[in-house]
Write a protein that binds this ligand. Structure first.
Ligand SMILES: Nc1ncnc2c1ncn2[C@@H]1O[C@H](COP(=O)(O)OP(=O)(O)OP(=O)(O)O)[C@@H](O)[C@H]1O
Ligand SMILES: [Mg+2]
Length: 1017
């Protein structure tokens, strides 16, 4: 809302100089005159303040240009009081002088205006010099360009408000000048077809076949822009260009666009006296053949009292005469050369101007004339049918065009893609909205390092200030506004049934209003039968505007009603979309319920492996926590939320990011405080997993033992299974394969006996799948290559959720890698990667990338493979996952060795070696790292001593760990090292012995190679 504050200067002096009756006369007239002007601009004359008053614009009816109206009102009042002063001066020898201030902002208005804008307006007013209008920066931004001139008053310290930038405004001389600057700052985007069409018509017009084209489309779609571009390209070929602008203030002022046009053409300005005006008009008309006859008619039209005292308003007879003269003028122009007449915004033309236009169209059919009309109304059927006018309807811009438009504002400061998308969605392809939203984003977001921050957070875009008025005015004036606002609480889209239920209106009344709202183009209806249709706000900005017009109390009431209805009468919907119910209760500030539903929503999505969305809902839930009064409920709910949050976060962000640790740590603290054993277990398990994947094995082992301790007393099989899983996994990481296998078997036997449904909640993954997969790996190390793949296949078969499936697929790839099967890995890796990408499972994605890279390198695509492996390694490192680091480094080294990149191989092995040297390190792949080191020494430097040292160290470790598969490889390496020498026999016997251990997997690469070696000697 814009507020105008107006007060008299020195009214006490006035009171001193005038007797009370005369004073009353002066002041009454001041108010009377002001009130008339305020009403003319559809403002609201509201309050007395001393001798002055306050006026509101946008109340009770909002307009799209209220700021403009307020400022014009101020200027007009000053002008009017100047005239009134002539009378006062002659009668009472005094003058009235005033000050005006205008500010714009949000206020609550009824009888008295509340809000800062009201105070700012009166303080700004006090800063004004006599007979001037002072406005704030906010108001200035909302004023149309090129209409006013401003004097910068600088930043003023306003009492009780603070520093505010102020401007003194005056109306720009000749602002209505014919030559409006048509400088085009920004390029026209798209609209090529439309320009071509205009150009075709223009060619016809130039050849003497008069044309009329109407450009139609909603506000801000780019009608004026198209016309400007057309003018810029073709205007130079026109002999005459005439412009007529419809104005919302002057819908009922006869021939207003024409009067403005002629005044401007004649160079008449507001301060000209009557004689001057007449002289200028006469001079202007002198070039016309019938100037003598035209002058009285035109001076009548312009309300210039002529020598013969032409009446102020043309009588009906002379109206026809006026039109005749105007048409004559137009034809005169067309005669001289091609004439381009632009009629902008004809939806605001007064009836007489429309009559003139309709009369003109058929008259120009054989003239060199081009009439270009624009209108917001899409139903121009009347004109079209009557005259076969070509109509160009402008549609919304497409995504790529919108992006181009955004970029024309941002220049080289890139906005994030997600911000682009948000702007596109919100603006719905309307360029005006795109521009305003972009400007808003640019204003709000300091651009850092060439990139803006992501705005996709929970906070939605607010409505840009410059759009608030136009949008609000559309909503404010429409019949059925209350219903529209109620619908706005349901969101951008809603369906009939719910609206009917919420509205508490009769069906008939509802239908009537809905139809009206659809006809007013505020809502789209999808589906022909109203009762079964869904509705959508035409713009989300319109929804936002309708919503913004609700008071806080109304909003809360509506949302509460919707929430309750969803629960009671639309239970199916509520169950399917708990987040919707949650949203309504949040807005209704029914925190308990909101919390409950956010949690439900999070759990439901997590169960479907939609963890990113789940995180969003759970965080919403956490935001309600501080509002919960009951301390018990508060702890319990936060606990549940934190655990669920931790579980979902680790799925999408990786197992070992800080946020995950934070969630579980907080949960553990809460669960211990409130003595909730069930949750304590989950928090502990979450922390164990964090440490495990972070390769903090000492802590992981402690936590695993804690878990086992905790389940001893409880009768919860799933927890038991998980406790054994935790220990089994930890042992595996240490390279204690037989211990690991035993724990995993134990865990698995507990799973089998328990209910399948119970698995997901405690760990957000299925232990039957997880345990089997790890057991698969342990079995390979232990020397059972076939059982290893079988167990993994079983894990994959029983996995029921994308998350478990991703895990099972990834570990299957790993087992194939261990078996030395690049073909199998590359055959299955794409599917695993696609699954992980689809659900944003970063950890498994990174792992699968490493494995696919290894397969590529093995299959001859070395560079590609290495790059992919490194990419995967980086990814997993960035999530804090260090568990498979030495393994990944080993694979990289292996590929390098194979391709004689010894320097690189040493590099990777060195990194791995450093890790191994650390206390409590991950050692399941350690023996293999020693073997690779030995191979590296041997192949690069022929350094058989170093090689032997490394290989022997590896062999000892492999035997210690009972890692038969690695022992086999080490024996082969040592065998090859010594084959040409006298010690060959020693390693041949060892190789033969370990080979003899294997009862399965005899066709795997390692065993085939071992057999070949044994047979060769
Ligand atoms: N195709 C386009 N390429 C670049 N900018 C555009 C395009 N169309 C519109 N704009 C920009 O969008 C804004 C709104 O356009 P314009 O004023 O032409 O709309 P309009 O249809 O005339 O609206 P109204 O009905 O309010 O007069 C302007 O700032 C204009 O420069
Ligand atoms: Mg326009």
């Amino acid at each position: 809302m814009s507020l105008l504050s107006c007060d008299l200067v020195d009214s006490s002096v006035l009171a001193h100089n005038l007797d009370p009756e005369d004073l009353r006369y002066a002041i009454n007239n001041f108010h009377q005159i002001s009130k008339q002007i305020i009403e003319q601009y559809e403002g609201y004359y509201a309050q007395y303040m001393g001798d002055g008053f306050m006026a509101y614009f946008s109340y009770p009816v909002a307009h799209e240009d209220d700021a403009y109206r307020a400022v014009l009102t101020g200027l007009k009042i000053i002008e009017a009081i100047r005239s009134f002063n002539i009378d006062l001066k002659t009668k009472h020898h005094v003058e009235l002088r005033l000050r005006v201030g205008v500010d714009t902002g949000q206020v609550v208005a009824d009888q008295f205006v509340v809000g800062e804008a009201a105070n700012v307006a009166s303080r700004a007013q006090a800063e004004a010099s006599p007979d001037t209008v002072v406005i704030t920066e906010t108001t200035k931004r909302l004023l149309p360009a090129d209409v006013f001139t401003y004097q910068d008053l600088g930043i003023r310290e306003l009492k009780n408000i603070g520093p505010v930038q102020l401007f003194c405004v005056s109306e720009r001389r000749g602002s209505n000048s014919l030559v409006i600057e048509t400088k085009i700052f920004r390029p026209l985007i798209g609209r090529k077809k439309q320009l071509d069409l205009l150009s075709d018509h223009w060619d016809l017009a130039k050849d003497g076949i008069g044309q009329a084209v109407i450009v139609a489309g909603e506000a801000g779609i780019g009608k004026s822009k198209l016309v400007q571009q057309f003018e810029a390209e073709f205007g130079a070929n026109a002999r005459t260009i005439l412009r007529f602008h419809g104005s919302p203030f002057h819908r009922n002022t006869m021939l207003h666009p024409v009067i403005e046009n002629i005044q401007a053409a004649a160079g008449i300005i507001p301060t000209d006296g009557n004689d001057e005006r007449l002289a200028k008009l006469a001079a202007f008309l002198s070039s016309f053949d019938k100037a003598q006859r035209m002058l009285p008619v035109m001076s009548g039209l312009l309300s210039i009292p002529g020598q013969n005292g032409a009446s102020r308003l043309p009588s009906p007879r002379s109206q026809q005469e006026t039109l005749d003269v105007l048409i004559e003028m137009a034809l005169h122009y067309a005669n001289r050369g091609t004439m381009l007449s632009i009629f902008e915004d004809i939806h605001w033309f007064d009836a007489t101007t429309m009559t003139l236009l309709e009369a003109l169209i058929p008259m120009i059919s054989n003239e060199r004339a081009f009439l270009l009309l624009t209108t917001r109304s899409t139903s121009t059927a009347q004109l079209q049918d009557k005259f076969f006018i070509t109509q160009i309807v402008l549609s919304r811009l497409r995504l790529n065009e919108v992006e181009e438009l955004i970029e024309s504002f941002t220049g080289d400061k890139a906005l994030l893609r997600s911000v682009h998308t948000q702007i596109f969605n919100k603006a719905n392809g309307v360029p005006l909205y795109v521009e305003e939203l972009t400007k808003m984003v640019l204003d709000a977001e300091p651009i850092q390092n060439g990139k803006s921050a992501d705005l996709s957070g929970e906070q939605d875009f607010a409505i840009p200030l410059t759009l608030r008025d136009p949008l609000t005015s559309r909503v404010d004036r429409v019949r059925g506004r209350k219903l529209l606002q109620l619908a706005a609480t349901l969101g951008r889209k809603f369906d009939y049934e719910l609206l009917l239920a919420v509205s508490a209106m009769g069906e008939e009344a509802l239908n009537r209003e809905l139809r009206h709202l659809v006809a007013a183009e505020l809502l789209y209806q999808k589906g022909t039968v109203l009762q079964q249709a869904t509705f959508e706000f035409k713009h989300s900005l319109i929804r936002d505007a309708a919503y913004a017009l609700l008071t806080k109390a109304e909003r809360e009431t509506y949302h509460k009603r919707v929430g309750e209805l969803l629960e009671e009468r639309f239970a199916e919907l509520a169950k399917a979309h708990p987040e919707t119910v949650a949203h309504h209760y949040t807005q209704a500030r029914s925190y308990d319920k909101a919390l409950h539903y956010w949690y439900e929503a999070g759990k439901q999505l997590a169960a479907r492996s939609a963890h990113s969305e789940a995180v969003g809902h759970l965080k919403q839930g956490l935001r309600q926590i501080p509002h919960i009064d009951d301390p018990l409920l508060r702890s319990k709910m936060e606990l549940d939320l934190q655990i669920a949050l931790g579980n979902s976060l680790r799925a999408t962000k990786g197992w070992s990011i800080e946020e995950v640790k934070h969630a579980y740590t907080r949960a553990l603290q809460l669960s211990r405080e409130s003595g909730l054993a069930e949750q304590t277990f989950q928090a502990l398990f979450g922390l164990w997993a964090w440490n495990f994947v972070h390769a903090a094995l000492g802590e992981a082992q402690n936590l695993a033992e804690h878990l086992l301790e905790a389940v001893k007393t409880a009768d919860n099989r799933i927890h038991r299974a998980l406790a054994h899983e935790a220990l089994g996994f930890t042992l595996f990481a240490y390279g204690k394969f037989d211990g690991a296998h035993a724990e995993l078997e134990r865990g698995l036997s507990m799973c089998e006996a328990a209910e399948a449904a119970g698995y997901l909640d405690p760990s957000a993954q299925d232990p039957r799948v997880h345990i089997r997969s790890y057991d698969g790996m342990a079995l390979w190390f232990l020397g059972y290559p076939d059982r290893a793949v079988q167990v993994c296949a079983e894990a994959r078969r029983i996995s029921q959720h994308p998350y478990s499936e991703a895990l099972a697929r990834t570990i299957t790839l790993r087992v194939h890698q261990l078996r030395g099967e690049p073909a199998a890995v590359s055959a299955q890796a794409d599917a695993a990667i696609a699954l992980c990408e689809q659900h944003e499972f970063v950890h498994y994605l990174a792992m699968s990338l490493i494995l696919r890279g290894w397969a590529s390198a093995e299959q001859g695509e070395f560079e590609k493979g290495i790059a992919e492996m490194q990419d995967g390694l980086e990814k997993v490192r960035s999530t804090g996952g260090l568990l498979y680091e030495t393994y990944a480094l080993g694979l990289l080294a292996e590929a390098c060795l194979k391709n004689q990149r010894y320097g690189q191989a040493f590099d990777f092995l060195e990194q791995a070696h450093i890790r191994l040297e650390q206390a409590g390190s991950v050692r399941f792949y350690a023996a293999e790292i020693y073997r690779l080191l030995g191979e590296a020494y041997l192949r690069s430097h022929q350094d058989s001593d170093q090689a032997e040292r490394c290989l022997s160290q590896g062999l000892t470790l492999a035997r210690e760990q009972k890692a038969k598969s690695l022992e086999l490889r080490l024996c082969m390496s040592l065998h090859d090292l010594y084959a040409p020498t006298r010690n060959a026999g020693k390693y041949r016997a060892q190789l033969s012995e370990i080979y003899g251990f294997f009862r399965e997997g005899l066709d795997t690469a390692d065993l085939l190679s071992a057999r070949a070696k044994l047979q060769a000697t």
